[in-house]
Design a protein around this ligand. Structure first.
Ligand code: DMJ
Length: 456
């Protein structure tokens, strides 16, 4: 080859390789990302402390707090406590734990929602007890458990929705599989830690009563009457009212090594995959179907349904989990943030303004975290970086984070729920933090991201 042609070829090769290097994405700096999430946690937590201290939640736009009931149960402080512990915010965690142990009381004459109080408060007390060994937290959990237990005194054993913390009176028999099924991880852990069998046996019977009423094709519906055991709505799906029913079948089977729960999960997942899974040109989704006929009723999937890749991955079905998480990511990217319900065939938000809302939900981050822990693939770190970037862009305000009235217009609403600190930022942090921050294989998260450990 002539020397000038050789030189040209040489220069071209150098140019091409430097172009390729420029094209390749630099790997994410996980430490920097974890620090960024931690800073966002502190930004939100400090706003709560400044404007809503002692309240259940923060109103970030009006810079005030709100209570769920007549008396605050310090929901945000307790829900956020184990996140602080995991983030290594020791002083903050110690003072918050002291505040809760000294001030939290459940001795109030007011009705509370059994499901929400169980996943946020009972779950939060148990995980923080296990992480710190502070026996006062276990005593509070035991007191709360005793006050909630009357909710199961119904004709079917399926709990009502509300229970009075002081009198034990119960009300509202119209319930759903999600609320009935999503209490056994917490009550079961309380049972193991206190040695009180009834905390395990009675909630387990409740979930078995729902399972026993599944349809001939193995699906459950949306609403059920706790007095009669009759279904009030046959719509079957993975969304609100059912979602964590499936999550807890699997997780209780794992945490308690319970053969009944394992069998219930094994048979349920077959029906879910057969009737709810939907192969479409845009990928794999899980939609709605009639629980009795299996007929497709809606092609909707939403922010809450995005917990399912995590559960599939935990069950060992990584392949389906990965495919579904890609669909979730498409849903997120349509407007840069996910809506409450998305019509995956039309590839639009479901047709009603109320489905345009985003409540700072964590499920899509939870699934990215599980998939990263189980596959080690950087794809899930990249997803996490997108979630964080867009959360900051659309939901961050000077005084915390705000929910969205619409993912289309990005109009904000005046609320930051406690799970934003308990779950959303915890899963994002754990996604980027070193694996030893929390031994993923030795714990099971309750549905509010409180890690529970088999310490018995
Ligand atoms: C949380 O309270 C829990 O994850 C629950 O299971 C579903 N809703 C919220 C978060 O979206």
């Amino acid at each position: 080859m002539h020397s000038s042609s050789f030189l040209k070829l040489f220069l071209l090769t150098i140019l091409c390789s430097s172009f390729t290097v420029a094209q390749q994405k630099a790997p994410l700096d996980k430490n920097r990302m974890a620090a960024e999430v931690r800073a966002e946690f502190l930004h939100s937590w400090n706003a709560y402390k400044q404007y809503a201290w002692r309240a259940d939640g923060l109103r970030p736009l009006s810079k005030s707090g709100y209570r769920w009931y007549d008396v605050s149960l310090f929901m945000t402080a307790l829900d956020a406590l184990d996140t602080m512990i995991l983030m290594g915010l020791k002083e903050e965690a110690d003072s918050t734990r002291e505040f809760i142990a000294t001030n939290l009381s459940f001795d109030h004459d007011m009705y509370v929602k059994n499901f929400e109080i169980t996943i946020r408060l009972l779950g939060g007390l148990l995980s923080s007890y296990q992480l710190t060994g502070d026996a006062r937290l276990l005593a509070l959990a035991d007191d709360l458990g005793t006050r909630l237990m009357p909710v199961f005194k119904t004709p079917t054993g399926i709990p009502y929705v509300d229970v009075n913390l002081k009198t034990g009176a119960i009300r509202n028999p119209k319930t759903n599989p999600g609320e009935v099924g999503t209490i056994l991880l917490e009550f079961g852990t309380l049972s193991k830690l206190t040695g009180k069998r009834e905390y395990y046996d009675i909630p387990k019977r409740a979930v078995m009563e729902v399972y026993r009423r599944r349809s001939a094709i193995g699906l459950v519906g949306t609403w059920i009457d706790a007095n009669t055991g009759e279904w009030l709505d046959p719509d079957s799906h993975l969304s609100a009212c059912i979602d964590s029913y499936y999550e807890y079948l699997l997780k209780c089977a794992i945490l308690f090594d319970d053969k009944d729960l394992r069998q219930m999960w094994d048979s349920s997942i077959v029906a879910v995959k057969k009737y709810l899974a939907h192969e479409t040109p845009t990928g794999l989704w899980f939609g709605h179907a009639d629980m009795n006929t299996g007929k497709r009723t809606k092609t909707w999937f939403g922010a809450l349904d995005a917990f399912f890749p995590a559960v599939l991955a935990l069950s060992g079905d990584i392949k389906t989990a990965k495919r579904l998480q890609e669909s979730c990511f498409k849903m997120w990217n349509k407007h840069g943030i996910e809506p409450e319900q998305f019509d995956y065939i039309r590839r639009e938000v479901a047709p009603d303004p109320k489905w345009e809302r985003y409540f700072l939900n964590p499920e899509i981050m939870e699934s990215a975290y599980y998939l990263y822990r189980l596959t080690g693939e950087p794809r899930y770190l990249e997803m996490g970086a997108t979630f964080l970037k867009n959360l900051k862009r659309y939901c961050r305000v000077d005084t915390g984070y705000a929910e969205l009235a619409s993912v289309v217009t990005k109009e904000r609403t005046d609320r930051m729920e406690s799970y934003f600190l308990a779950e959303t930022l915890k899963y994002l942090y754990l996604l980027f933090a070193p694996g030893e921050t929390l031994d993923f294989k030795s714990i099971v998260f309750n549905t509010e991201a409180h890690p529970l450990r088999r310490s018995w």
